[in-house]
Structure formats: C-alpha cells, structure tokens
Design a protein around this ligand. Structure first.
Ligand SMILES: [Mn+2]
Length: 242
C-alpha cells in the first residue's frame, strides 16, 4: 500500500485544508497521497476512496515541484522550533538564519541537490537545541532525515569538552550525508566568527574554536571538495593546516 515518495512529481494538490503538508497528485492510473514528506499512499484511480478531494478546484501549486513544498514545510517547522532563539553575536541575529544558511551553503556552494540532506541541514539543531525529538522528526520527515539529524546531534547530557572531543572522534565514521551537513555547519560558524565575535568571547577563545573545528573537519575530508577548500582557506588565515 505504501510506495516511496515520488520526487519527480510535478503537481501537488491540497487534500485536506486542515492538513497542510498532505498533498495528492494523480496519473492516469494512480492517485497518490503524500503522508508527511517521505511516504505516499498510492491507490488505483478506479478506487473511489477520497477521489472527490482531487477535484480541479482543489488543485494547488501546480507549477511547483513537490520538493519545493517539502522544503517549505521543513523550513517552517525549523522556524517554529527556533522561534525564541537568537545567535550569540552581539546583534542577536534570529537563530533560524543559521540552519537556513547551512542548507544554502550546501545547495549554492556545495552543489547538493539531495533533498534529505537539505532538509537535515534545516533541522540539524532542532533536537539539540529545542524540544524536538527524534521520533517527531521521523514521523514528520521520515527515517533518513531523522537519522542524519541524529548523527549531527551532540549528547547534551555530557560535559561540553567531552561533546567536543566526541565530535572529533565520530566525524570520520558518519554517513556521507551527515558529513555534508557537518562541513556546511562548520563553514557557516567559522564565517560567522570572522564576521562578528560573540558577546563575551576573547580572541583566544575564537582561535581555540578554529583549532577544534579544524580537527573535526580533518575527519570529514573526501566528502565535498568545494566546501573543504573553502574551510581550508579559513583555517590557513588562522595559521592552521588540515
Ligand atoms: Mn549548527
């Protein structure tokens, strides 16, 4: 009854006004209802079940790809979760700028089009920094996205230094998708440190962050040459080599 989400689908239809995020598309022989973002339920067009919901008047986003809709759903979820958080810069930039920027680094600089990686980038700090749970991400965005987020989530029950040490240790053993998110996360954070020093940070603390980040990135090499070169350049400016 369940089939994998058809990422080539070009048309989306709203099936239930109270359930934004659930869409349907149809072909000559099938109608498919997207459940969450990851799975679709496909029924024969001859099945009368809910076919009235596909009436022409209910068609929405006909020129929009389903992936664009999924990304909007994802960025909206992240924005709601990070609603009350600010970055550490003196300007108190809204936190959501960070996950959006990480996803944009992947798409615009890293050439990444894997929707699950871009979704995981948008969600990468939700479990670590908000009340979001792994189960919640899995139910809403599917097991792959939830697993990538899990891989980039620190265990907050551990002391900070231990968490930082574990990031260095775990980096080489992450999945390719998680490594991409980690590279973009580090690139964003290092650029941010160059742009503006967080309130209360000394020059030494900034330098220590670069040293630690270089150790993590060392374990991520061989993942994306463009992102790695850009990181290498930032480390070089700080007198660090990978
Ligand atoms: Mn982050």
């Amino acid at each position: 009854m369940y089939s994998t989400f058809n990422r080539n689908c070009r048309k989306a239809y709203l099936i239930n006004e109270n359930e934004i995020g659930s869409f349907v598309w149809s072909s000559a022989s099938f109608r498919s209802y997207i459940i969450g973002s990851k799975f679709a339920i496909t029924v024969s067009a001859r099945t009368t079940w809910q076919t009235d919901l596909c009436a022409p008047g209910r068609k929405l986003f006909s020129n929009m790809t389903s992936e664009a809709i999924v990304l909007l759903e994802t960025v909206n979820f992240a924005a709601e979760k990070h609603r009350n958080q600010r970055r550490k810069d003196p300007e108190g930039t809204p936190y959501i700028n960070h996950p959006i920027g990480v996803a944009r680094i992947l798409s615009h600089e890293g050439g990444i089009t894997d929707i699950e990686v871009l979704q995981a980038a948008l969600l990468h700090d939700t479990v670590e920094d908000t009340d979001t749970t792994h189960a919640e991400l899995e139910a809403k965005f599917g097991p792959v996205v939830a697993r990538i987020v899990q891989e980039v989530t620190d265990d907050k029950s551990l002391p900070k230094q231990e968490r930082k040490r574990l990031q260095v240790e775990h980096a080489p053993h992450c999945s390719h998708q998680a490594k991409l998110v980690k590279l973009a996360d580090k690139l964003y954070n290092l650029r941010d440190l160059n742009r503006s020093t967080p309130a209360g940070w000394t020059a030494e603390r900034v330098q220590e962050y670069f040293v630690w980040a270089s150790q993590v990135v060392k374990g991520l090499r061989g993942t994306n040459s463009v992102l790695e070169e850009k990181l290498e350049e930032l480390f070089k400016q700080r007198g660090l080599q990978l």
